[in-house]
Write a protein of this length. Structure first.
Length: 340
C-alpha cells in the first residue's frame, strides 16, 4: 500500500471518529433537551393588575435549572427575574411567574412580550395589556347608539351601569315592538324556552332596520330559518370570529376556561331546521343574520346571537369588554370615530 493511501485511510478514520462523536453528543443533547410549555392559553391582561402564569418544564432526565424571564415593551425591559426549575423525566416542574402589569392611560392598549428561557431554550409569548375602560373618549358615540336593553336577569344592566354606558331598559317583550331606532340588546342568560318566539321577534326587528345583539341564551330552541323573513346572508362561526373582529383578543380560551358559554346545535328534519341552545363544545357560538337595508349607504341591519360569556367573564379578562365594543361597531350605523 502506498504511503499516500495510508494517510488517506488514517484521515478517513479520524474524520469518521470525529463525526461519530459529534453525532453522539448531538443525540445526547437532544435526549436531554429541556422543553418549556405555558400552562395558560390566554394573553390579554388588565393594566395595573397582577397575573400569575405557570410554565411546565420537561426533560428526559433529572434536572435542576434556572428559568429566566423577561417582560419587554417598545424595546424596553419592564421586568425580569430568575426562578428555580427542578424535576425528573417523569415529573415535570411547574414554575409560576408573578407578573405585575404597568399602568397605562385609558383607551390605550400596550403590546408586550414575555420571554422565558433555560439556557438556549426559550419560549416567547405576545401579551396585550389593556386599560380597564374600552369606552374612553367614546361616550358621545355610545349615546348616539341609543341602546335598548331587554335583560330579565339584570346582569347585563349592572355591567352597563357600572361602566356608565347610556341605555334604556325595557322590562316587557311587548315593548320591543315599539323600538324603531338604535340597537337592541338582549342580556346574557335569558331563557328562550320561557320567552317563546323571542328570536323571531328579534329577527323581525333587524329586518325592519333595527340592529340586534342577543347575548348567550340560557336554554331553548328556535327555527333557524324563518318562514316569514328572508335573510340576505347567514353565518355560523367558531371562536375565530373574535380574532376577525380584533386580532389582539383571545379567542378560544379565557382565564376560567373556554370563551364559549353557550352555543347552537343546528339540526334539520324533513320540514324544518332547528337551533337548540347547548353547552356542547361542538356547538356554534355565533350566528348572524343580515337583512336588506332601506338606505344604500348604510350597512345591512344584522341580528347577532353571541354565545361567548361576555357578561359572566366581564371582570376576569379585558377580552369581553373590548369584544363588546367591536360588536357595537359591527352593528352600528353611526360614526365610530373616537372623540377628542
Amino acid at each position: 500500500m502506498a504511503r499516500s493511501d495510508v494517510r488517506c485511510s488514517l484521515f478517513d478514520f479520524r474524520w469518521f471518529s470525529v463525526w461519530a462523536a459529534l453525532s453522539w453528543l448531538a443525540s445526547a443533547r437532544a435526549e436531554d433537551a429541556v422543553g418549556i410549555v405555558p400552562v395558560e392559553r390566554w394573553s390579554n391582561v388588565f393594566a395595573d393588575g397582577e397575573t400569575r402564569w405557570t410554565y411546565r418544564v420537561t426533560a428526559d432526565r433529572a434536572f435542576q435549572e434556572r428559568l429566566a424571564w423577561r417582560l419587554t415593551a417598545n424595546q424596553r425591559t419592564l421586568a425580569g427575574g430568575e426562578l428555580d426549575a427542578q424535576g425528573d423525566a417523569d415529573k415535570p416542574a411547574n414554575v409560576t411567574i408573578p407578573l405585575r402589569w404597568p399602568a397605562i392611560k385609558d383607551g390605550v392598549v400596550l403590546s408586550a412580550q414575555l420571554t422565558v428561557s433555560i439556557g438556549d431554550v426559550r419560549h416567547e409569548r405576545p401579551v396585550w395589556i389593556f386599560s380597564r375602560d374600552p369606552f374612553a373618549g367614546r361616550h358621545k358615540w355610545l349615546e348616539s347608539l341609543k341602546l335598548t336593553v331587554f335583560d330579565p336577569p339584570g346582569d347585563l344592566v349592572k355591567v352597563l351601569e357600572d361602566s356608565k354606558i347610556p341605555h334604556e331598559r325595557i322590562r316587557s317583550r311587548d315593548a320591543l315592538d315599539e323600538v324603531t331606532t338604535g340597537i337592541v340588546i338582549v342580556g346574557e342568560g335569558v331563557s328562550i324556552k320561557k320567552h317563546e318566539d323571542l328570536i323571531d321577534d328579534l329577527r323581525r326587528l333587524a329586518a325592519r332596520g333595527v340592529p340586534v345583539l342577543c347575548l348567550a341564551s340560557a336554554d331553548g330552541e328556535f327555527a333557524f330559518l324563518s318562514n316569514k323573513l328572508v335573510a340576505t346572508a347567514l353565518q355560523l362561526r367558531r371562536a375565530d370570529v373574535i380574532r376577525e373582529l380584533d386580532k389582539r383578543l383571545d379567542a378560544a380560551w379565557w382565564p376560567k376556561g373556554s370563551s364559549q358559554w353557550r352555543g347552537l346545535q343546528v339540526t334539520s328534519s324533513a320540514d324544518d331546521v332547528l337551533a337548540e341552545v347547548s353547552d356542547a363544545a361542538n356547538s356554534w357560538p355565533w350566528a348572524e343574520w343580515q337583512f336588506e337595508s332601506s338606505v344604500d349607504e348604510q350597512p345591512r341591519p344584522r341580528c347577532i346571537w353571541c354565545g361567548f360569556g361576555l357578561v359572566s367573564a366581564w371582570n376576569d379578562t379585558p377580552t369581553p369588554r373590548y369584544l363588546f365594543v367591536k360588536l357595537l361597531e359591527r352593528l352600528s350605523t353611526t360614526s365610530q370615530t373616537q372623540e377628542n
